[in-house]
Ligand binder design. Sequence first.
Ligand code: ZN
Length: 415
Amino acid sequence: MTSATTHVVLAGKLVDVDGGRVLPAQAIHISDDRIVAVAPISHGVPEGVPTVDLTEHVVLPGMIDCHAHVIGQLESGHGYAGMVMTTAAREALAGVANARDTIAAGFTTVRDVGTFHALTDIALRDAINGGWVLGPRMQCAGAFITVPGGGGDVSGFAINVDQGIPRELRYGVVRNVDEVRDAVRRIIQGGAELIKVIGTGAVLTEGTTPGACEFTEAEIRAAVEEAALYGMFVATHAHGAEGIKRAVRAGVRSVEHGSLMDDESIAMMADSGTYLVADIYNGDYINEIGTRDGWSADIMRKNRETTDAQREGFTKAIAAGVRIAYGTDSGVYPHRDAANQLPYMVRYGMTPMQGIQAATIVAAECMGWDDRVGSITPGKFADFVAVKADPIASNLESLRHLDVVIKGGKPVSFD
Ligand SMILES: [Zn+2]
């Protein structure tokens, strides 16, 4: 209890993700948007301050998605050439609705790992922080660092069409180490707090091969070094094993997807402490919706070739002690379903507590934001979710339908 307490949240049960345990009957003391103390309710609750009664609920830290794409309309499975048919403004406004769906799903923080219309994610982040629109705290990559025709380029055109492509769609397209350094600086100057490097081909980018490397180790290292000058990390999209190894040796913070990991790349991630952010849910979504809607045969084949392999690698990575942070590739599937991957984390080898930790404190560490989010700890933002049905007993199924979301000490209303 402190004199600064402005209100109190009473938790029937509180998930202590640092200790990996569930505590009964806790009072969370809040001053404006920050947690100032956590103590058993039996120790007393201050008189005369407003109370949010969640004594019938399990209260967890607000969840974190380390691989979100909040900007833009839902992926259509017809390749990214269609990006020239929409505008940055339209994509950003779609992002407003996505941001609302994201926080409604319990994700009070996201690491946004890139958008084709460069820097629109940063505009959305600033709008959320300014209180103009409702959404999660965002750490933004601003654009994709990618080779021409690579996994983060707008591809799928007939030849010789590139003259008319707006520059903002190819903001991070680079050809060598020097251009990598230039692009990293330009993107950070544009407001990014994270750098996203597309290290291999991609499932959803027409004409690219997930197993194929697209950058040299030196090029990835140049991005890591340049970002480090600003105290920032690099997240690397890498499906194939060689691409993962190059990224790990180059010193990236996280490997995204990791679909085609081999034992050596798993061991390297475990040894180096590189985070794995594996989107093990959306392969099922793509298979279902892509079959229904006639997505391109190339994309559907690549999805089949990566989905089961990724899940097998994920299980091995848990056993090897790789640090795994929750990340979904939301934007491929609807943002309101951002918690759908949680039960998959358990199905493929995590304990329910490990799954919760991946989506809270481990994700916060991956972002370098564990000083402000990821656990219910004094000094951090008062971001919580609450659910009546015990998430641990339900193997995290119950987190797909939350009762309460609180961001910065304020219950979020979706009326
Ligand atoms: Zn992605």
